[in-house]
Design a protein around this ligand. Sequence first.
Ligand SMILES: Cc1cc2nc3c(=O)[nH]c(=O)nc-3n(C[C@H](O)[C@H](O)[C@H](O)COP(=O)(O)OP(=O)(O)OC[C@H]3O[C@@H](n4cnc5c(N)ncnc54)[C@H](O)[C@@H]3O)c2cc1C
Ligand code: SF4
Length: 512
Amino acid sequence: MTTLRVIFGDQLNESISSLSGTDKDNDIILFFEVNEEATYIKHHKKKIILIFSAMRHFAKELSEKNYAVHYIKIDDKENTGSFHGEVQRAIKHYQPQNIILTEPSEYRVYNEAKRWANDFNVAVEIRSDNRFLCSHETFKQWTQGRKQLRMEFFYREMRKQYNILMDNGQPEGGKWNYDADNRKPLKGQLSVPDTYHSKTDAITKNVIDWVDAHYSDHFGSSTPFHFAVTHKQASQALNQFIDERLASFGDYQDAMVQNEPWLYHSHIGFYLNCGLLLPLQCINQVEQAYRQNKVPLNAAEGFIRQILGWREYVRGIYWLKMPGYEKTNHLNAQRKLPGFFWGESTRMNCISQCISETHENAYAHHIQRLMVLGNFLLLAGIDPDEVNHWYMIVYADAFQWVELPNVSGMVLYADGGLLSSKPYAASGAYINKMSDYCKGCHYKVSKKDGELACPFNYLYWNFFIKNKATLKNNPRLGMSYRTLAKMSDEKIDLIETDSERFLNAIEANALV
Ligand SMILES: Cc1cc2nc3c(=O)[nH]c(=O)nc-3n(C[C@H](O)[C@H](O)[C@H](O)COP(=O)(O)OP(=O)(O)OC[C@H]3O[C@@H](n4cnc5c(N)ncnc54)[C@H](O)[C@@H]3O)c2cc1C
Ligand code: SF4
């Protein structure tokens, strides 16, 4: 009897739970590329190329290992264009006794898969997703009895549970977190090692051609395309990061440099999120590099915290709070996303840099996403729906389980402080300290008011003024509100007038 084993585009690993126990003589491994998924949100071209090409390569690897693979390509004539339609066709064709899948990572697709048993009158087994290190149950248990769900405490539990960077039950080096050492700006002469470049083979070329022909109206450039699309390539990308960039990852984690999109980050989020890399593989290799004295502790700990801590934590929050989480809007932000987020001109050099790099690479590093783009969207009061839509489109690593908590929780404070104890609001001074963007900008970062003042400067205080009723009792914002209380009425007037002029201009789509 046949079992249909469904593999989604972000589950590309032979150790995935849905493949466990496969009977290679009888079971069918089903892959489908569907138009509905490529277009329900008009993903960046590079993201579609990455996923389709990686799916095709993984399916080929499985075939070469004698799995019976049934692969539906996007251009197959009979392709119905939806998960539902493709599962239905496969059931008709194979008459399976059951379907096995690993739980989809996004709530929307999970709900779709839950319907199959009923709709198709077939047994459906949904297995837990073993690409993650913390199960839904364990995360839920961790939340029990806690007033606040801070990532730092979750991370410490994960370190202990997996015995990572531990020394006789204590954190390696005596501290759990070396973040305070990880805030150096990077200015002056630079020679940053390049990011990983794969060679484009015939499979990838075919996908690029399809995407160029059929999704030409999607955001972003399809080429040059150099992402890894196989496990081997993704492992090479990881090794290259560990050998060439990890040592400086900690120090320069928050730095931003004009025309240097990649810096010392790992650029592996896309591979982790589609299964080409597994989290423990990355964590173990980085810990090993530290134990072999190849990299300092602040670099290894800083990196491991991102994967063992942040990545698992945001997934836990997502599944804990969905479906309501995508509707949160604690600060009642209502403005539309400005046109320059889609590539129209802006005179704000920091924003222009981060958006053009995003367009080109389907990538921006964390501080660009958080402290430039996100900070602007927070200060300008842009509607969380619009912001989430944008972030889901533009990054190759964007999947709702990780994008939504980062945007609604970390950036917009839309969840009212569940994920972050205070909004990450910052004036131009922060961007000037951590980057060299300001020196090439039309605006003056040192100016606080008037047409030439850096917009972040007045929008920052305007944000605190406008959200006073909601935020003034937050103990972590006491300093900001004390400073505001000492401001003269004249100064507050200037802030409000400048902000109104600027916000009206973005609403009118004028050049700002
Ligand atoms: C507004 C906003 C939106 C984001 N959207 C996404 C998204 O759609 N997909 C996504 O994977 N990450 C997202 N992040 C988190 C983070 O910015 C990216 O994971 C990271 O920039 C990917 O680049 P990298 O692989 O070079 O990461 P590195 O800086 O090298 O970090 C290593 C890895 O740690 C993990 N990581 C780091 N920070 C986070 C975080 N805050 N949450 C979850 N995992 C983290 C990622 O897997 C990342 O690959 C977002 C952050 C912000 C502020
Ligand atoms: S001056 Fe302001 S707008 Fe210009 S780059 Fe600096 S922070 Fe950005």
